[in-house]
Write a new protein. Structure first.
Length: 156
């Protein structure tokens, strides 16, 4: 690997950074760091994280799936389809609930009165769901930024 891509970093700090984004559990974050960033790991997982490698390996699929969900969520955001299809697409991806997707998608296109009538809910409830959706979308972007920051990096 190119020497310019080697960082002297604590793997635990990087795992904490990933977990703080809020989409990965601590163990999933450690699995991602161990198998995807510490490649090849210079020490065994038990020494680095206090978790046997076999247990971390079990978390890896969930950890990687969350990166995929973040990518798919951002793809839906950039899709030019109608709002109804976007709601379904967001809900199918799984980061947003259907109610969060409805609040997020329709909040920008309808005024408050029409929004409440269309969704059949109070404005405060719609705003809460919209804010949750916006926060989850921010986390998706932060997750892709994290991946980009550490892409091709080897920690020592």
């Amino acid at each position: 690997m190119d020497k310019g891509n080697v960082r002297n970093s604590d793997p635990n700090d990087i795992a904490d950074e990933l977990a703080q984004i809020g989409l990965h559990t601590e163990r999933e974050a450690k699995a991602h760091v161990y198998f995807s960033i510490m490649d090849p790991p210079k020490q065994d997982a038990e020494t680095v994280f206090g978790i046997p490698e076999a247990e971390l390996n079990e978390e890896l699929e969930n950890a990687e799936a969350k990166f995929t969900v973040a990518d798919m969520t951002i793809d839906v955001l950039n899709d030019e389809r109608t709002s109804g299809k976007k709601v379904t697409m967001f809900a199918n991806v799984g980061l947003l609930s259907e109610d969060e997707a409805k609040a997020y998608v329709h909040s920008d296109r309808l005024d408050d009165s029409n929004l409440m009538e269309y969704l059949g809910e109070s404005m405060s409830r719609i705003e809460q769901r919209n804010e949750r959706a916006q926060e989850k979308i921010k986390r998706a972007y932060r997750l892709t930024d994290f991946r980009d920051e550490y892409k091709g990096v080897q920690i020592s």
